[in-house]
Design a protein around this ligand. Structure first.
Ligand SMILES: Cc1ncc(COP(=O)(O)O)c(/C=C/C(=O)C(=O)O)c1O
Length: 355
């Protein structure tokens, strides 16, 4: 019996040789009993992808992507990132001893992610522009310099991320959830999970698919608009804005795949405000003990909103993917919270402060 991990499913992954692995995957599936009770959804779960080696689901894609880079003899890898992709690529490239360049939107990346990319030894370049601009530029860089691009346009990234759905079903004892909910930025993750579930269906492991549900920030919701307006091609947003900087993406490269995933499964897409995201980040931490970064809370905030709109059957079994760890964006957390109480080091002060 193989441990719950990305490579438990190696027969469904493209890597032939020994993978570049940091023991990714095998993340907890938490039963959200308290929030579920509040929403009247007894079977509400969160798959905590922040419990991966670099603290986000990106590790699942990078273990496959960097393994393939090595198998293909690539001598250098690159990506543009809102932060987590760069943190993960830096770590896996370090593990594989392959030089790595990452492009970040200047001033818009959570400090924990920058720290990771720097410490893992990537060449970190800040672009005076948003993620979409950085992605454009890293394409040009890779073409002109022959670097291997590991954004989610690279299909090997999505191969690894398929395993989120595989694990969730294993953790539910083989049961397929009625709905899987993911925060959507570049739309790679929702597309990857859908692809994997289609493969399980084709192999006869499952006989139905969950309703794939994508949640975006109100200030950055091109996929939601395409669903609402029944478009086949997305209208990019030129100035996406949200406190959830991980999903501050106006022109998602995997949008068409995400629209298929949502429509083919009778799913939906919805947006939540920054306030709703931050409120859910707090609730997950204080009512369930689960620490996530803002973008990750969007999936559960989306379910709260859909439930309030009466669009969720209370007996649905729902898995929300919470995609990154709380520690990624400590500055946003500190801004939201009352500061620590500072006192003189005497018992009297302590007693009055602790009341
Ligand atoms: C915490 C977190 N939650 C959700 C998403 C959205 O996933 P996709 O819809 O597959 O993009 C991201 C994406 C991050 C990047 O795109 C990047 O790191 O460059 C994320 O970091």
């Amino acid at each position: 019996r193989r441990r719950l991990s990305v490579w438990r499913y190696r027969e469904l992954l493209p890597v032939r040789g020994e993978p570049v692995s940091l023991q990714e995957g095998g993340t907890p599936l938490y039963h959200l009993k308290n929030i579920g009770k509040e929403l009247g959804i007894p079977e509400l779960y969160a798959k905590h992808e922040g419990m991966n080696p670099t603290g986000s689901f990106k590790d699942r894609g990078m273990t496959v992507g960097v393994s393939m880079a090595r198998e293909l003899g690539m001598t250098s890898v690159a990506c543009a990132s809102t932060g987590n992709t760069s943190a993960s690529l830096a770590a896996y490239a370090a593990k594989a001893s392959i030089p790595c360049i990452v492009l970040l939107p200047a001033g818009k990346v959570a400090i924990g992610k920058v720290a990771q990319a720097l410490m893992h030894g990537a060449r970190v370049i800040s672009i005076r522009g948003n993620f979409d601009k950085a992605l454009e530029m890293v394409h040009e860089l890779c073409i002109s310099q022959g670097l291997y691009l590991l954004n989610s346009v690279n299909p090997y990234r999505l191969e690894g991320q398929k395993t989120i759905g595989f694990e969730a079903i294993d953790q539910l004892g083989g049961e397929v959830p009625d709905r899987m909910v993911l925060p959507v930025g570049n739309a790679g993750n929702i597309s990857a999970v859908y692809k994997g579930l289609r493969e399980l269906e084709a192999l006869g492991f499952i006989d139905r698919l969950p309703m794939m549900t994508g949640i975006q920030a109100a200030g950055s919701q091109p996929v939601v608009k395409a669903i609402e307006q029944n478009l086949d091609v997305l209208v990019p947003e030129s100035a996406p804005e949200t406190v959830a900087t991980a999903i501050r993406i106006g022109a998602p490269v995997n949008a068409e795949k995400a629209l298929v995933a949502i429509r083919a499964t009778g799913g939906t897409a919805a947006s939540v405000t920054d306030e709703e995201i931050l409120a859910m980040q707090r609730d997950l931490a204080r009512k369930e003990g689960i620490g996530v970064e803002p973008a990750s809370a969007a999936s559960v905030a989306g379910i709260r909103k859909l439930a309030e709109l009466g669009l969720i059957d209370r007996d649905e079994r729902i898995v929300c993917v919470v995609t990154g760890h709380l520690l990624k964006d400590p500055e946003t957390v500190v801004r939201q919270c009352e500061p620590p109480i500072e006192i003189d080091a005497d018992l009297h002060s302590l007693l009055s402060a602790s009341r």
